[in-house]
Design a protein around this ligand. Sequence first.
Ligand code: CO8
Length: 259
Amino acid sequence: TTQYNYILTSRPEPAVTLITLNRPKALNALSSPLFAELNEALREADNDDSVSAIVLTGSERAFAAGADIKEMKDKEYADVYKNRFLEDWADMTRIRKPIIAAVSGFALGGGCELALMCDIILASPTAKFGQPEINLGVIPGGGGSQRLTKVIGKSRTMEMVLTGRMVSAQEAAQWGLVSRVVAEGEGEVVKEAISVAKEIGDRSQIAVQAGKEVVNAGKPLPFNFMATGRIFHGLFATKDQKEGMSAFAQKRKANFVNA
Ligand code: CO8
């Protein structure tokens, strides 16, 4: 198996691949090198006939606190457009095997969107979901606006996207954002996700993949990832994106000028 710098991979069960995001000091901020590794590990598991299902997790403190703001803050529209910044995020939606997100702690911004691209989300009671991009002068660019609307409805999505408020695990479960909240305790949510993955592994793998395919066929995004990604890119032409992201990096409150 491949060696990675920003993720860990293991086989906790013969038919289950566990991928652990591993940038603890940055709360698993999703830098582009991290995402490239994640895509590679997902492809590797998808192509391995001995793997039935994939579990994706972070740390106790953070599933992922979003795209890497320090990497993004000085980027200009020309950079992000020309280099298709973060557009490989949607690659994982083409993985055929089930992906189960085991979420503890923060799942924010791109981290919440990452969980939403998985097939099943299990939450620890400590999980907190949010789309705080608005505080940075940008929007959820990774399909979250569209996926959340499908899952929790327009009003709740608007509240999350426009205020950036974090939603608790219990609220997320009530809203149907996650399939359930597991018992508290360190490692519980990963254990439970592995057990669901193992259960899936005992079924016919052809039927499992067909099951994933038909469920997904019923929910095409009304406004696709690329389109929302482009609007996200467009905001890199504003002063407020520079201010919002610099303010985060400098640990101060943003002073938006609406330009
Ligand atoms: N990027 C970079 N570094 C981060 C990030 C991040 N998203 N989140 C946390 N960190 C770093 C902090 O800067 C800090 O680093 P250092 O120790 O060097 O100062 C370290 O992680 C620990 O974080 P805090 O000290 O802030 O920890 P707190 O417990 O005080 O706060 C929070 C935790 C509330 C999670 C806070 O860190 C936070 O608000 N983080 C940012 C959340 C956020 O705004 N996420 C959205 C990012 S934008 C995005 O995801 C866009 C996706 C677009 C996809 C487009 C596809 C086309």
